[in-house]
Design a protein around this ligand. Structure first.
Ligand SMILES: [Fe+2]
Ligand SMILES: [Fe+2]
Length: 322
């Protein structure tokens, strides 16, 4: 528990407001551009309890869904961005995309240890992860359009469509990253400090690189209607996948079969400082504004402050000589 709460408070105080205000209002000026880089973090899950938010299987599994859902999505991001990179004609954006790819590649692998831990303790996530894998690798994977007379144009359109999809998903990963950085109630509840550090390291890097996918989409295409259309597909799909993952984990929890209850969801904001159900449901709305840009929400300063004090990020930097 040593320094888990300090970075959040440091980030929030630096913004001159509470953490939640600093993150979600977009009122924080973030003047500094961050050079994005991956951190080779390691986590030891040996002593992780099944309900790492003590006495709260609902919130534990609500957050555990991220371990099941994100890695396949992040591998897909890396694939899509690697395909798009040769089309970019802006050196600064190229640099950002390389940093983004590096960070997402580490994110995708970092959750595997939690999946192994769950499996080892009687909760096999594969039935759900298999569906997510099919979605990203098959339904949304690369297509060559062989046999179509305009295969090259179709391939390019499919790529841009997927970049627009990544940009919409990254709106939510930044929202969630900001939320987990500002959820001081989780510390007060005695939630496992290693798990909190993992979620906040990941969340902080999501906040750090929150504009890259959007900027890439604007660079390659930028049509407003396509951006909105993708969000109107992505938002309900992510909501449905998350609810499905939560129901799966609660139904297969080895300590007892449970079902998510509305009253558990209503405690998220009051007890843990996480977004309320209302805020979660409407989190997509700012993305629909024509003048939207990801840097209007969240605080790079807070993310950088957290990463400077994160136990896992510091250990990674020491190990890799940074
Ligand atoms: Fe990520
Ligand atoms: Fe991301």
């Amino acid at each position: 528990m040593t320094d888990m709460r300090e970075p959040m408070q440091a980030g929030s105080t630096g913004a001159g407001s509470t953490g939640a205000e600093a993150g979600s209002t977009g009122a924080v000026a973030d003047p500094d551009r961050v050079a994005l880089r991956p951190r080779d973090v390691r986590f030891d899950w040996t002593g992780l309890p099944m309900h790492w938010v003590p006495g709260d299987p609902f919130t534990t599994h609500l957050l555990n869904v991220l371990h099941l859902l994100l890695p396949e999505g992040e591998r897909w991001f890396v694939e899509v961005f690697t395909e798009a990179l040769p089309m970019v004609r802006d050196d600064r954006l190229v640099e950002d995309i390389r940093g983004f790819i590096g960070q997402e590649a580490v994110h995708a692998e970092s959750h595997q240890g939690v999946l192994d831990h769950l499996t080892g303790h009687g909760l096999d996530p594969e039935p759900y992860v298999g569906q997510v894998r099919w979605l990203f690798r098959r339904a949304l994977g690369e297509r060559d359009f062989v046999g179509h007379h305009d295969a090259q144009r179709r391939r390019a359109e499919w790529l841009v469509e997927r970049v627009a999809g990544v940009a919409a998903i990254e709106h939510f990963t930044a929202f969630l990253g900001d939320a987990i950085l500002n959820s001081s109630g989780l510390d007060r509840s005695g939630a496992d400090p290693t798990m909190l550090d993992m979620l906040r390291w990941h969340g902080a890097e999501e906040v750090e690189h929150r504009a890259v996918a959007f900027d890439l989409y604007q660079h390659l295409d930028g049509r407003y209607l396509r951006r909105v259309r993708q969000m109107l597909v992505v938002a309900p799909a992510m909501g449905a996948l998350w609810v499905q993952g939560l129901r799966f984990l609660m139904a297969n929890d080895p300590t007892g079969r449970r079902r998510p209850r509305l009253r558990d969801a209503l405690r998220l904001h009051r007890v843990y400082g996480l977004p309320s159900l209302w805020q979660l449901c409407w989190s997509f709305a700012p993305y629909l504004r024509p003048g939207y840009h990801p840097e209007q929400h969240g605080s790079t300063s807070q993310a950088v402050t957290y990463l400077a004090t994160s136990a896992a990020a510091r250990e990674a930097d020491e190990r890799t000589g940074r």
